[in-house]
Design a protein around this ligand. Structure first.
Ligand code: DAH
Length: 341
């Protein structure tokens, strides 16, 4: 009788497990047959009603059935867990054939590009780069460049003062004085000083903030021919080997003699056009042999060493190199403009 019952339970469990689709169903089956109040447990308790001979035999059968069911439940659980994992993997599958999202790359600004080309040209000639503060003292911006207070040449630059003695630097030339003072007296050097400068000015060719690059060489026996050679090489490097370069006498308080440098027009090659006002030439920079007063005021002896210096606008170089006719385009960050470089 008990035998039949045990067999019936085994069949029932097999059927029910086969039909189970969730872990909870399997748990329920386990409890129903093997739990404290489960059917097989109940049978164990009934063993005491059997005869002494039957008790161990039936006990063995019940135990064997327990073990079989235990195994089946375990196997079913494994199966369901594996199924669940498989489903999860399928549902989280990444479609690698989908085209990726391209990161939007920024773009080197044409002014930065121009500054970099200028720097690289001078670095190839053995210059090093120095930088200084945008907020400058009247002392470095003017006084130690041979521009004392009330000097009329101060009017060449529309300055923005913060206090009586502090201003936004109007040019990078202050770096000449700063670099001279940073060296031991008469120590030679070759520097360029790129950076922002500020003037009260705003139209198609002037911006209140723009960029300059200063340059200076100090050593024994530096001559005007050195100045000419370096600047001609630089300008042909930037504008091409066909570029003609001309030096015109000019005036700057920090140089003597002083010159302004023109290049043959990048648009017409020198024939004359609207860009060069039909002169064939474009003004590109100021330069000269450093005034002995400047050397002296900054701790150098003009009888021992000589120097030349130059300064130019980065915007102007970029406009001429790339044929840009409005300076304001540089500051508007319009990608249609920037992407062309
Ligand atoms: N500092 C001048 C300016 O901003 C440019 C310049 C002229 C710099 C002659 C120099 C120089 O070093 O020798 O207009």
């Amino acid at each position: 009788m008990m035998n039949d019952k045990i067999e019936a339970i085994k069949v029932a469990v097999s059927d029910q497990l086969a039909a189970s689709q969730a872990l909870q169903d399997v748990q329920d089956i386990r409890v129903k047959y093997l739990g404290k109040k489960g059917e097989l447990t109940a049978m164990m308790k009934e063993l005491k009603n059997l005869s002494k001979e039957e008790r161990p035999k039936v006990g063995q059968l019940v135990n064997a059935a327990r073990n079989v069911i235990e195994e089946q439940v375990k196997a079913k659980m494994e199966e369901l867990k594996e199924q669940a994992l498989e489903q999860k993997i399928q549902s989280e599958k990444i479609d690698i054939t989908l085209p990726g999202r391209k990161p939007v790359l920024g773009h080197e600004h044409p002014l930065h590009l121009t500054r970099r080309l200028m720097e690289e040209s001078f670095l190839r000639m053995g210059f090093s780069i120095v930088e200084g503060p945008d907020i400058e003292s009247d002392y470095y911006n003017f006084q130690c460049l041979n521009l004392p207070e009330d000097h009329p040449a101060r009017d060449m630059q529309d300055s923005m003062y913060i206090t009586d003695n502090i201003l936004l630097r109007t040019h990078t030339s202050g770096m000449e004085a700063r670099t001279l003072q940073a060296h031991k007296p008469n120590e030679p050097f070759k520097i360029i000083a790129p950076g922002k400068v500020y003037r009260c000015d705003y139209d198609a060719t002037h911006s209140p903030v723009f960029h300059q690059m200063e340059g200076m060489i100090v050593d024994k026996n530096i001559r005007f021919s050195d100045l000419k050679g370096i600047l001609e090489d630089f300008l042909r490097d930037i504008f091409g080997p066909q570029t003609k370069v001309r030096f015109r006498a000019s005036y700057f308080p920090f140089t003597e003699p002083s010159a302004e440098v023109d290049i043959s027009c990048v648009m017409c090659g020198g024939k004359g056009c609207r860009v060069c006002s039909h002169t064939g030439w474009l003004e590109i920079l100021g330069c000269g042999m450093t005034n002995p007063n400047v050397l002296r005021m900054n701790g150098y002896d003009p009888n021992e060493v000589s120097a030349f210096a130059f300064g130019m606008g980065v915007e102007r170089i970029a406009m001429l190199k790339y044929g840009i006719d409005d300076l304001r385009l540089f500051y508007e960050n319009d990608m249609r403009f920037l992407n062309q470089f």
